[in-house]
Design a protein around this ligand. Structure first.
Ligand code: G6P
Length: 367
């Protein structure tokens, strides 16, 4: 097993380091001569033009990538997107129309609820697509169209590289849908592809700085509750950061849309509680800063996660992690990395079984 871990102490850390390759391989499988080519997925331009609404159906972290894709797809391609937890979708008699596209997202391709959601959509005669990592899995076999993520085998229960590859799949689909549907210019299209290609190198840079996060994580080992707040894509980033932390460190944590704090959560803020603000979206930066200030005045200690250049955050936050700048649509790919590292190092600091957290399975194949 030591050999399989490639010199890392845990599979999770190995897989964190494999993320640049996972997303590069996923991009390379769909970008030919500088243009996105979905022909192996089986979606034609006619199909893309005819879609009225997209449902994204998934569980766990795969669901979180769906939330990111919803923001990106709606903003770029102006197609309405609904994101659904598969376990809810399958039992609530969803209203599906013939021009809808149901996208199910699953690393394993075997998650029982996601598979049931796919079958339900097919029974209703709706076009379906799987974003799947495991070749030949049930979802890959049953979906009308398959977009394979190229993350390779993932061992750690807490997903990292498959999550990152799913995000890339969402970006590629969004940018291509936007081009086909005429909601972005050729220049913007080229710009998005160029920017996407810079992500692997930027992720490498973030990982290089992991010791700083390790230091911060060691101080959180005895935390009781940790809150994550953000708006828009940052809210989606918070959902994943919070799940990573709780699943492997067993520390209670929640992700809140920053604007919702006032509607209840802020009553939970007490002296010394850590609030992590994600602020990668410059248009929402000031709004989330003011929510963080409100938490601070109630005794919270603050960690800020933002882009290089936003140094005014140091006036508010006690600890700041900067990530390289990218197009705001792709920010989740960078901001999630420090949060994966935080979860990892808190788990290690608590002496827990990082790769095999209690009560959890890599793939949930029964209800
Ligand atoms: C389990 C795993 C998660 C994963 C979820 C969905 O809960 O621990 O990491 O996100 O299942 O799995 P899937 O294989 O469908 O992506």
């Amino acid at each position: 097993e030591a050999a399989e871990k490639g010199g890392f102490e845990h599979f999770m850390m190995k897989e964190i380091h494999e993320q640049p390759k996972a997303i590069l391989d996923t991009m390379n499988s769909k970008i030919k001569d500088g243009r996105i080519d979905l022909s192996d997925v089986g979606l034609s331009e006619e199909d893309i033009k005819g879609i009225d609404q997209i449902y994204i159906v998934a569980c766990g972290s795969a669901y979180h990538t769906g939330v990111v894709t919803q923001y990106v797809m709606e903003d770029l391609a102006r197609v309405p997107v609904r994101v659904e937890l598969a376990s809810e979708f399958r039992y609530r008699n969803p209203i599906l129309n013939k021009d809808d596209l149901v996208i199910v997202v699953s690393q394993s391709g075997e998650t029982a609820d996601t598979l049931a959601g796919l079958r339900l959509a097919k029974e209703q005669g709706v076009k379906t697509m799987g974003i799947v990592n495991v070749v030949g899995s049930s979802i890959a076999r049953e979906a009308d169209n398959v977009f394979y993520t190229m993350a390779g085998p993932e061992i750690s229960v807490a997903t990292t590289k498959a999550y990152s590859a799913q995000l890339i799949a969402g970006y590629l689909l969004s940018v291509e849908f936007a081009r086909v549907r005429g909601t972005i210019t050729e220049e913007q299209y080229q710009g998005y592809i160029t920017e996407m290609k810079t992500l692997p190198e930027k992720i490498d840079k973030i990982i290089e700085d992991k010791e700083r996060i390790q230091w911060f994580a060691s101080k959180q080992a005895n935390a009781r509750d940790i809150f994550f707040v953000g708006r828009g894509i940052d809210y989606a980033i918070c959902m994943e950061g919070s799940l990573k932390l709780k699943e492997i460190s067993y520390i209670h944590s929640e992700a809140y849309a920053a604007g919702e704090l006032k509607h209840g959560t802020i009553s939970l803020i007490e002296d010394g509680i850590l609030v992590i603000g994600s602020l990668t979206q410059d248009s929402l930066y000031e709004k989330t800063i003011s929510n963080m200030v409100e938490c601070k005045s109630r005794g919270a200690s603050l960690m800020g996660l933002t882009n290089f250049g936003n140094y005014s955050i140091e006036d508010t936050a006690d600890f700041v992690v900067y990530v390289p700048k990218t197009d705001p649509h792709f920010a989740a790919s960078l901001a999630v990395i420090p949060l994966q590292l935080l979860g990892y190092y808190v788990s290690v600091a608590r002496g827990l079984d990082v790769d095999k957290p209690r009560n959890l399975a890599k793939s949930v194949t029964v209800e």
